[in-house]
Design a protein around this ligand. Sequence first.
Ligand code: HPA
Length: 271
Amino acid sequence: MLKEINEAVAYLQKRGITSPEVGVILGTGLGNRFVEEIQSPVIINYNSIPYFPISTVEYHKGRLIYGTLKGKKVLAMQGRFHYYEGYSLQQVTMPVRVMKLLGIEYLLISNAAGNLNTKWKKGQLMMLNDHINLLPDNPLRGENYDLFGPRFPDMSAPYSPLLNKKLKQLARKLKIKLNEGVYVAMQGPNLETRAEYRFLRLIGADAVGMSTVPEVIVANHMGLPCCAISVLTDDCDPDNLKPVNIEEIVKVAAKAEPQLTKLYINLIKEL
Ligand code: HPA
Protein backbone atom coordinates (compact mmCIF):
# COMPACT_ATOMS: atom_id res chain seq x y z
CA MET A 1 0.00 0.00 0.00
CA LEU A 2 2.93 2.34 0.73
CA LYS A 3 4.05 2.46 -2.91
CA GLU A 4 0.47 3.07 -4.10
CA ILE A 5 -0.05 5.88 -1.60
CA ASN A 6 3.23 7.57 -2.58
CA GLU A 7 2.42 7.37 -6.28
CA ALA A 8 -1.02 8.92 -5.76
CA VAL A 9 0.56 11.71 -3.68
CA ALA A 10 3.21 12.41 -6.33
CA TYR A 11 0.57 12.50 -9.08
CA LEU A 12 -1.64 14.94 -7.17
CA GLN A 13 1.31 17.20 -6.37
CA LYS A 14 2.12 17.26 -10.06
CA ARG A 15 -1.48 18.27 -10.76
CA GLY A 16 -1.02 21.28 -8.46
CA ILE A 17 -2.29 20.06 -5.08
CA THR A 18 0.70 21.42 -3.22
CA SER A 19 -0.53 22.95 0.03
CA PRO A 20 -3.96 21.78 1.24
CA GLU A 21 -4.73 22.76 4.84
CA VAL A 22 -8.14 21.20 5.43
CA GLY A 23 -9.47 17.90 4.04
CA VAL A 24 -13.20 17.32 3.72
CA ILE A 25 -15.07 14.07 3.01
CA LEU A 26 -18.58 14.60 1.66
CA GLY A 27 -21.12 11.83 2.20
CA THR A 28 -24.29 10.53 0.55
CA GLY A 29 -26.43 13.30 -0.94
CA LEU A 30 -24.16 15.94 0.58
CA GLY A 31 -21.50 18.15 -0.86
CA ASN A 32 -22.90 19.93 -3.88
CA ARG A 33 -23.39 23.18 -2.02
CA PHE A 34 -20.09 22.87 -0.23
CA VAL A 35 -18.24 22.34 -3.49
CA GLU A 36 -19.94 25.38 -5.04
CA GLU A 37 -18.26 27.53 -2.39
CA ILE A 38 -14.73 26.50 -3.34
CA GLN A 39 -12.96 29.20 -5.37
CA SER A 40 -10.66 28.58 -8.35
CA PRO A 41 -11.28 24.84 -8.07
CA VAL A 42 -8.96 22.23 -9.51
CA ILE A 43 -11.08 19.14 -10.17
CA ILE A 44 -9.52 15.70 -10.45
CA ASN A 45 -11.54 12.57 -11.14
CA TYR A 46 -10.70 9.59 -8.95
CA ASN A 47 -10.29 7.40 -12.02
CA SER A 48 -7.30 9.47 -13.16
CA ILE A 49 -5.40 9.09 -9.85
CA PRO A 50 -3.00 6.12 -9.74
CA TYR A 51 -4.25 3.31 -7.46
CA PHE A 52 -7.19 5.39 -6.18
CA PRO A 53 -10.39 3.41 -5.69
CA ILE A 54 -13.41 4.65 -7.67
CA SER A 55 -16.94 5.20 -6.34
CA THR A 56 -19.27 2.42 -7.41
CA VAL A 57 -22.36 4.00 -5.85
CA GLU A 58 -24.43 6.19 -8.15
CA TYR A 59 -25.18 8.68 -5.35
CA HIS A 60 -21.53 9.36 -4.89
CA LYS A 61 -19.60 11.41 -7.35
CA GLY A 62 -15.95 10.46 -7.59
CA ARG A 63 -13.73 13.49 -7.67
CA LEU A 64 -11.32 15.59 -5.67
CA ILE A 65 -11.82 19.34 -5.56
CA TYR A 66 -8.96 21.58 -4.51
CA GLY A 67 -9.33 25.31 -4.05
CA THR A 68 -9.76 28.20 -1.66
CA LEU A 69 -12.52 28.58 0.91
CA LYS A 70 -12.58 31.42 3.42
CA GLY A 71 -8.90 31.99 2.78
CA LYS A 72 -7.94 28.37 3.43
CA LYS A 73 -6.71 25.80 0.96
CA VAL A 74 -9.29 23.05 1.01
CA LEU A 75 -9.16 19.55 -0.49
CA ALA A 76 -12.62 18.01 -0.73
CA MET A 77 -13.57 14.44 -1.63
CA GLN A 78 -16.89 14.42 -3.42
CA GLY A 79 -17.76 10.80 -2.93
CA ARG A 80 -16.13 8.23 -0.65
CA PHE A 81 -15.59 4.49 -0.50
CA HIS A 82 -17.43 1.93 1.55
CA TYR A 83 -16.66 -1.58 2.75
CA TYR A 84 -19.86 -2.84 1.10
CA GLU A 85 -18.54 -1.87 -2.32
CA GLY A 86 -16.06 -4.69 -1.97
CA TYR A 87 -13.01 -2.62 -1.11
CA SER A 88 -10.73 -3.56 1.76
CA LEU A 89 -10.65 -1.04 4.60
CA GLN A 90 -7.07 -0.24 3.57
CA GLN A 91 -8.44 0.84 0.19
CA VAL A 92 -11.41 2.65 1.75
CA THR A 93 -9.02 4.76 3.85
CA MET A 94 -6.25 5.26 1.30
CA PRO A 95 -7.52 8.76 0.40
CA VAL A 96 -7.17 9.85 4.05
CA ARG A 97 -3.53 8.80 4.06
CA VAL A 98 -2.98 10.53 0.71
CA MET A 99 -4.59 13.79 1.94
CA LYS A 100 -2.51 13.71 5.13
CA LEU A 101 0.73 13.22 3.16
CA LEU A 102 -0.31 16.10 0.87
CA GLY A 103 -0.35 18.25 3.99
CA ILE A 104 -3.87 18.57 5.45
CA GLU A 105 -3.90 19.53 9.12
CA TYR A 106 -7.58 18.83 9.79
CA LEU A 107 -10.14 16.38 8.42
CA LEU A 108 -13.85 17.25 8.35
CA ILE A 109 -16.21 14.34 7.59
CA SER A 110 -19.90 14.11 6.77
CA ASN A 111 -22.27 11.21 6.27
CA ALA A 112 -25.91 10.22 6.06
CA ALA A 113 -27.03 8.05 8.98
CA GLY A 114 -30.09 6.45 10.49
CA ASN A 115 -31.43 8.00 13.70
CA LEU A 116 -31.60 5.63 16.69
CA ASN A 117 -32.35 8.26 19.33
CA THR A 118 -36.06 8.73 20.07
CA LYS A 119 -35.44 12.30 21.28
CA TRP A 120 -34.31 13.37 17.82
CA LYS A 121 -35.93 13.53 14.39
CA LYS A 122 -34.84 12.82 10.86
CA GLY A 123 -33.53 15.89 9.09
CA GLN A 124 -31.49 16.96 12.13
CA LEU A 125 -27.71 16.86 12.45
CA MET A 126 -25.59 14.87 14.89
CA MET A 127 -22.00 15.70 15.73
CA LEU A 128 -20.08 12.50 16.51
CA ASN A 129 -18.47 12.44 19.93
CA ASP A 130 -17.58 8.74 19.81
CA HIS A 131 -18.15 5.61 17.75
CA ILE A 132 -18.50 1.85 17.80
CA ASN A 133 -16.84 -0.16 15.05
CA LEU A 134 -19.06 -3.08 14.07
CA LEU A 135 -17.44 -3.48 10.67
CA PRO A 136 -15.94 -6.96 10.35
CA ASP A 137 -12.47 -5.52 9.76
CA ASN A 138 -10.06 -2.75 10.72
CA PRO A 139 -8.04 -0.52 8.36
CA LEU A 140 -4.96 -0.97 10.57
CA ARG A 141 -4.98 -4.79 10.33
CA GLY A 142 -1.70 -6.12 9.01
CA GLU A 143 1.79 -4.71 9.00
CA ASN A 144 2.08 -1.36 10.80
CA TYR A 145 3.92 1.45 9.05
CA ASP A 146 5.64 3.19 11.92
CA LEU A 147 6.18 6.33 9.87
CA PHE A 148 2.38 6.71 9.71
CA GLY A 149 1.63 5.98 13.35
CA PRO A 150 1.83 3.54 16.26
CA ARG A 151 0.81 -0.11 16.25
CA PHE A 152 -1.75 0.46 18.99
CA PRO A 153 -3.18 3.95 18.51
CA ASP A 154 -5.05 5.55 21.39
CA MET A 155 -8.76 6.06 20.81
CA SER A 156 -9.76 7.84 24.01
CA ALA A 157 -10.79 10.94 22.03
CA PRO A 158 -11.21 9.93 18.37
CA TYR A 159 -13.06 13.14 17.50
CA SER A 160 -10.98 16.26 18.17
CA PRO A 161 -12.26 17.96 21.35
CA LEU A 162 -11.09 21.29 19.91
CA LEU A 163 -13.03 20.89 16.64
CA ASN A 164 -16.11 19.62 18.47
CA LYS A 165 -16.02 22.55 20.87
CA LYS A 166 -15.83 24.97 17.95
CA LEU A 167 -18.69 23.19 16.17
CA LYS A 168 -20.91 23.47 19.24
CA GLN A 169 -20.13 27.17 19.62
CA LEU A 170 -20.83 27.78 15.92
CA ALA A 171 -24.11 25.85 16.02
CA ARG A 172 -25.28 28.01 18.92
CA LYS A 173 -24.23 31.19 17.13
CA LEU A 174 -25.80 30.20 13.81
CA LYS A 175 -28.94 28.81 15.52
CA ILE A 176 -28.47 25.35 14.02
CA LYS A 177 -29.71 22.37 16.04
CA LEU A 178 -26.70 20.11 16.52
CA ASN A 179 -27.24 16.90 18.45
CA GLU A 180 -24.25 15.06 19.83
CA GLY A 181 -23.80 11.31 20.10
CA VAL A 182 -22.35 7.93 19.24
CA TYR A 183 -22.18 6.57 15.68
CA VAL A 184 -22.06 2.87 14.95
CA ALA A 185 -20.67 1.55 11.67
CA MET A 186 -22.38 -1.46 10.07
CA GLN A 187 -21.14 -3.18 6.94
CA GLY A 188 -24.38 -2.89 4.94
CA PRO A 189 -25.37 -2.61 2.18
CA ASN A 190 -28.77 -3.61 3.52
CA LEU A 191 -30.36 -1.39 6.12
CA GLU A 192 -30.86 -3.00 9.52
CA THR A 193 -33.67 -5.16 10.88
CA ARG A 194 -35.82 -4.08 13.81
CA ALA A 195 -33.97 -6.53 16.05
CA GLU A 196 -30.67 -5.02 14.95
CA TYR A 197 -31.88 -1.47 15.66
CA ARG A 198 -32.95 -2.63 19.14
CA PHE A 199 -29.48 -4.12 19.66
CA LEU A 200 -27.69 -0.99 18.41
CA ARG A 201 -29.68 1.18 20.83
CA LEU A 202 -28.89 -1.19 23.69
CA ILE A 203 -25.15 -0.93 23.08
CA GLY A 204 -25.32 2.86 23.20
CA ALA A 205 -25.49 4.05 19.60
CA ASP A 206 -27.43 7.16 18.57
CA ALA A 207 -26.88 6.93 14.81
CA VAL A 208 -26.08 4.11 12.40
CA GLY A 209 -24.33 4.21 9.06
CA MET A 210 -21.92 2.41 6.76
CA SER A 211 -18.92 4.72 6.68
CA THR A 212 -16.75 7.21 8.61
CA VAL A 213 -15.33 4.92 11.31
CA PRO A 214 -12.52 3.52 9.10
CA GLU A 215 -11.51 7.05 8.03
CA VAL A 216 -11.54 8.23 11.66
CA ILE A 217 -9.39 5.28 12.78
CA VAL A 218 -6.80 6.08 10.11
CA ALA A 219 -6.89 9.82 10.89
CA ASN A 220 -6.20 9.00 14.54
CA HIS A 221 -3.44 6.61 13.54
CA MET A 222 -1.73 9.47 11.66
CA GLY A 223 -2.33 12.05 14.40
CA LEU A 224 -4.73 14.00 12.18
CA PRO A 225 -7.42 15.89 14.15
CA CYS A 226 -10.87 15.13 12.74
CA CYS A 227 -14.56 15.74 13.30
CA ALA A 228 -17.68 14.26 11.75
CA ILE A 229 -21.32 15.25 11.37
CA SER A 230 -24.16 12.89 10.44
CA VAL A 231 -27.29 14.04 8.72
CA LEU A 232 -30.00 11.90 10.28
CA THR A 233 -31.93 10.80 7.21
CA ASP A 234 -34.43 8.31 8.63
CA ASP A 235 -35.85 7.29 11.99
CA CYS A 236 -34.81 3.79 13.05
CA ASP A 237 -37.46 3.08 15.67
CA PRO A 238 -37.82 -0.70 16.03
CA ASP A 239 -41.35 -0.37 17.41
CA ASN A 240 -42.58 1.81 14.58
CA LEU A 241 -40.37 1.04 11.61
CA LYS A 242 -41.36 2.19 8.15
CA PRO A 243 -39.68 1.02 4.98
CA VAL A 244 -37.07 3.48 3.70
CA ASN A 245 -35.39 3.69 0.37
CA ILE A 246 -32.20 5.33 -0.77
CA GLU A 247 -34.05 8.02 -2.76
CA GLU A 248 -35.71 9.22 0.43
CA ILE A 249 -32.41 9.14 2.31
CA VAL A 250 -30.80 11.26 -0.41
CA LYS A 251 -33.77 13.67 -0.36
CA VAL A 252 -33.58 14.26 3.41
CA ALA A 253 -29.78 14.62 3.22
CA ALA A 254 -30.13 17.27 0.51
CA LYS A 255 -32.63 19.18 2.66
CA ALA A 256 -30.26 19.29 5.63
CA GLU A 257 -27.23 20.04 3.47
CA PRO A 258 -27.36 23.86 3.77
CA GLN A 259 -27.01 23.71 7.57
CA LEU A 260 -24.14 21.27 7.45
CA THR A 261 -22.42 23.35 4.77
CA LYS A 262 -22.82 26.49 6.86
CA LEU A 263 -21.30 24.81 9.93
CA TYR A 264 -18.30 23.46 8.03
CA ILE A 265 -17.63 26.68 6.12
CA ASN A 266 -17.65 28.64 9.36
CA LEU A 267 -15.47 26.04 11.05
CA ILE A 268 -12.92 26.29 8.22
CA LYS A 269 -12.88 30.06 8.61
CA GLU A 270 -11.88 29.63 12.27
CA LEU A 271 -9.09 27.09 11.73
N1 HPA B 1 -28.83 2.35 8.42
C1 HPA B 1 -30.08 2.84 8.58
N2 HPA B 1 -30.47 4.00 8.12
C2 HPA B 1 -29.58 4.71 7.42
C3 HPA B 1 -28.30 4.26 7.22
C4 HPA B 1 -27.90 3.02 7.74
O1 HPA B 1 -26.76 2.55 7.58
N3 HPA B 1 -27.65 5.22 6.50
C5 HPA B 1 -28.54 6.21 6.29
N4 HPA B 1 -29.70 5.91 6.86
